[in-house]
Ligand binder design. Sequence first.
Ligand SMILES: [Zn+2]
Ligand SMILES: [Zn+2]
Length: 348
Amino acid sequence: MRAALYLDAGHVVVDDVPDPTVQQPTDAVVRVVRSCVCGSDLWAYRDTFKREPRSRLGHEFIGTVEEVGSAVSTLRPGDFVVAPFSYGCGACWWCRHGLPTSCPQSGTWGGGDHDGAQGEALRVPFADANLVVIPGGVEAYDDAGLLDLLATSDVMATGLHGAVMAGVTDGVTAVVVGDGAVGLCAVLGAVTLLKAEQVILLSRNPTRQALGRQFGATDVVAVRGEEAKEAVLDLTNGHGAEAVVEAVGTPDSWTTALDVVCDGGQVGAVGVPHTAPTIETMPLLSRNLGVRVGIAPVRRYLPDLVERVVAGSLAAGAVFDLTLTLEQTPEAYVAMDRREAIKVALVP
Ligand SMILES: [Zn+2]
Ligand SMILES: [Zn+2]
């Protein structure tokens, strides 16, 4: 089959790789219907993180079950499924407590020597515990519906997780720092699922501002740094926001997040801190701030998110503003690296 491979910084190719097979009784083989490129795929592409040459890429997908191992009991060939971007065993203390990202057997598609989602098919370990069946089968969804479902695999769940960690609840004012797919999905999650009253998106990009407003942002702040702080204070009667989602992970975005949160408020951070921001703890103490940082345990959110997409009450697929074929994966990386696309969907 065909799959995208990482060669070195700035260099992704699509090549022939062995077909995936059931290796453990708990495995399934899933044929990809849609996958995509993630902002986090760009770290190795930009040489921020090291990655093994010829390692597989992609960790977000929806697909159809092709084959299951003898111990798989809840899935059958033909089932239409979505996978969380990382998997767990489903049986350990962490998995049973909704934190499969801490499972000793956890892994990510494309991580280590695992199949990636930017390919025609994958072997899925612990299939019963990880794959969520989408009702109606693949034929029940048009292109837009498929992208709404694909978004639940990572960015919708990750954005929502940021808003949950920031303590967004009914009636609060929230700020979202970051206008990537995750930040935009944090806006949607804060408004649609958590019922925030006011959501302020920090964005300087007109396309992303428009999508943020479509997702329910009540205000857009198009400046950075000290100016952004002043603008948010102006919009919040001078006290700042009770909940702030940090969806970038840089020292500057952390400074802004802590500048715009009100005393007694909370920051929920899902931006990967790849440039090592440091946080002073004394201001957290004197201002009574809460800070939660976490990789999204997507599987915990998936059944609810899928149900909402199927019911037509949640549609995050608009974050995919470009769709290419699997063979065009190298072009997808270029488009995202240049910020010409928010997020690129791939059709096998
Ligand atoms: Zn991702
Ligand atoms: Zn586990």
